[in-house]
Write a protein that binds this ligand. Structure first.
Ligand SMILES: [Zn+2]
Length: 312
């Protein structure tokens, strides 16, 4: 695993880019990616992405030069894992991936029903789905582009053929629920997709997990965790937390949503758990060919084990 730092900014011309930034900071084409973009009336600017290993002294140089010239820029650190590390991870976070917006609107507004008996009154964490998911009809075609899709309310959706394969290959820790889409005329149409409903909830993560805890709900202490905006999130578990894992699992921590009451959460979003899967599930969903890879619609990030993580 290595951590890389991305720096993004825009300039007007190649001369400006070379003379003010890339030259003085000694950043060659191996670390700088430049693309043209059009704006206003036929004007062309340059979008710049610099990618450097964490700790490279050129990061501070480029940022200082950008600040000096009053150029707006943004940065982000990301963990990059090797294939071997992905395959040897005990669990991986399954996230939405790729360039496609493969998320369908769902939730109470479109008719899916929920039980709120045990939900937190402060943030809505713990709202439990009690019917098959119903998505917004307009989103049906869009989510067909990718092999897997998600809903705005934490649903993980697969094609029915994949659902059948998951059952036949004896993957553990999930049930399949039907999906309908709500058409503009009020009718519902059954889709050839299924929701993977996951039941096994992991213990809370180790305190060393790197998460954004600033908004955590003071009442349930379980809702409104977030991913960090500028640094890589790292899910860290103790070795004993991994004893009873299934192929599909949920984090105890629930992420996202800024709702300040259960009512508000039901009107918008409530905090949802992240999905953790074994490398076997990753291998099932990852595309084998270039085209399949483009449309896989999912990403995988290893969880860390406290004191044992092979990559240190
Ligand atoms: Zn709460």
């Amino acid at each position: 695993m290595k951590t890389v730092v991305f720096i993004w900014f825009k300039v007007d011309t190649m001369a400006e880019l070379t003379d003010l930034y890339l030259g003085p900071a000694q950043c060659g084409p191996d670390v700088a990616k430049v693309e043209e973009y059009k704006y206003g009336k036929g004007k062309v600017g340059l979008d710049v992405e610099i990618k450097l290993d964490d700790g490279d002294e050129r990061i501070a140089k480029v940022c200082a030069l950008l600040t000096q010239h009053g150029e707006h820029h943004s940065t982000r650190r990301e963990d990059i894992y090797t294939e071997e590390e992905l395959q040897n991870a005990p669990l991986l976070e399954l996230g939405g991936g790729g360039d496609y917006d493969n998320v369908a609107h769902a939730g109470p507004h479109y008719g899916t029903t929920y039980d709120v008996t045990n939900a937190c009154k402060q943030c809505g964490t713990g709202v439990r789905q009690t019917s098959g998911v119903i998505i917004r009809g307009e989103d049906e075609r869009r989510i067909e582009k990718t092999r897997v899709a998600f809903t705005t309310h934490g649903g993980f959706l697969v094609h029915d053929v994949d659902g059948e394969k998951l059952v036949n290959a004896k993957f553990t820790g999930f049930n399949l629920w039907p999906i309908q889409s709500l058409q503009k005329n009020g009718t519902k149409v059954e889709l050839r997709r299924e929701q993977v409903l996951i039941e096994n909830v992991m213990p809370p993560m180790a305190p060393s997990a790197i998460l954004d805890r600033r908004e955590v709900c003071p009442v349930c202490k379980k809702g409104r965790f977030n991913h960090l905006p500028f640094d890589p999130t790292r899910f860290v578990y103790r070795a004993e937390d991994l004893k009873n894992i299934q192929d599909f699992n949920l984090t105890w921590e629930c992420f996202g949503s800024y709702a300040k009451s259960l009512e508000q959460a039901l009107e918008s979003y409530w905090p949802r758990p992240s999905i953790l899967v074994t490398p076997r599930v990753m291998n099932f969903f990852r595309g084998k060919t270039k085209k399949e890879k483009k449309y896989e619609g999912v990403s995988f990030t290893p969880v860390w084990i406290e004191g044992q993580t092979p990559w240190g």
